[in-house]
Write a protein that binds this ligand. Structure first.
Ligand SMILES: Nc1ncnc2c1ncn2[C@@H]1O[C@H](COP(=O)(O)OP(=O)(O)OP(=O)(O)O)[C@@H](O)[C@H]1O
Length: 317
């Protein structure tokens, strides 16, 4: 089954997120997927489709004006039912997160070494000096030749690429079983992207870290992901092995997304993503779909299993 796997490390079932305001925004309308140990699942889709909300909902980092429904099971525990104290234990220790912007995620007033050593000191009760030397060791493992120097650096002394790698080191100091990386390559140049890719691959092979990868860079996703979930307007419209999605996408939206790749000629999908406070009736993609039938304008398709993958489109029902 593509949407779910046996013995999943993380199992997300029917996740719904609403933001209250003048109009209620239904950011997620029933997202389900699972991730196995050392597996990389990528979430892809146009801006505003809800990828970051998935990451924040899993980590329970959404603002208080949001309402979350569904199940987020990690190692058998529903994270949505845990106390904040239990969640603090899970964050960083068992699930690491890399946010979009390293300069905001790293604290400018603490040295890199301090920020890497802190989780070891707090969660593993390591003495400060030992935690610092372990931090230097982690940087050395990441290929920083003069790691003992870097632990004394402050984020503002370093490039965006270096800070992003420090952030990965910080979020993996406690060897989390799952890493959530939300646009980890945003703003990085090609060299830094390639270093980031190497780092994430190393974590998978050497530490068996599972990865929930959120990225607009489909080339990056293709090289890293085992499975890919394509999101549109708060829903998963297709989920399958990476090679199936990239080589034979089924959903018209997945096809459109891949056609916007440079090697496919940058063909944009016509129209715009719908508002999540008032999505179209029927299939949410129908106003932009060249294959739509009358049926698609009135009925909402389910995510249907087909040959070991799942797709939300009447063409395959
Ligand atoms: N705190 C919030 N209050 C109200 N609406 C929100 C909030 N956070 C997110 N949203 C809405 O939820 C929807 C999904 O946002 P999200 O950031 O998850 O999109 P995304 O797919 O990650 O986009 P991008 O690729 O640009 O990061 C958007 O319509 C956004 O406006």
């Amino acid at each position: 089954m593509s949407a779910g796997i046996v013995n999943a490390l993380l199992e997300v079932k029917d996740l719904q997120v609403f933001f209250k305001g003048i109009k209620t925004i239904t950011a997620l309308s029933g997202i389900s997927f699972s991730i196995g140990e050392s597996e990389t699942l990528a979430l892809v889709g146009e801006t505003g489709c809800g990828k970051s909300v998935v990451a924040h909902a899993i980590m329970r980092l959404l603002p208080s004006e949001s309402r979350v429904k569904g199940i987020v099971k990690f190692r058998g525990k529903n994270l949505l039912e845990l106390s904040e104290k239990e969640m603090i234990e899970i964050r960083g220790k068992e699930i690491g997160i890399i946010f979009q912007n390293p300069s905001l995620a790293l604290n400018p007033v603490y040295s890199i070494g301090h920020q890497l050593a802190e989780p070891l000191h707090v969660h593993r009760k390591e003495k400060k000096e030992r935690a610092l030397s372990m931090a230097a060791g982690a940087l050395k493992n990441m290929g920083f030749a003069n790691a003992t120097e870097y632990v004394r650096y402050y984020p503002s002394w370093c490039s965006g690429g270096m800070n992003q790698r420090f952030l990965i080191a910080a979020s993996t100091m406690l060897d989390p079983a799952l890493l959530i990386a939300d646009e980890p390559g945003k703003g990085l140049d090609r060299k830094c992207m390639s270093e980031l890719e190497t780092e994430l691959k190393k974590l998978k092979v050497e530490k068996k870290t599972a990865l929930l990868l959120i990225s607009h860079d489909l080339g990056f996703v293709k090289r890293l992901a085992d499975r890919v979930a394509v999101m549109y307007a708060g829903e998963i419209v297709e989920i399958a092995d990476s090679s199936s999605v990239f080589e034979s996408p089924l959903h018209p939206y997945s096809k459109g997304l891949l056609n916007s790749l440079p090697e496919k000629g940058f063909i944009p999908i016509p129209g715009f993503s719908p508002s999540l406070s008032n999505p179209p009736s029927g299939c949410r993609f129908h106003p932009r779909c060249s294959l739509r039938k009358m049926h698609c304008t009135e009925n909402h398709p389910d995510l249907t299993e087909i040959n070991g993958r799942a797709v939300r489109c009447f063409l395959y029902h």
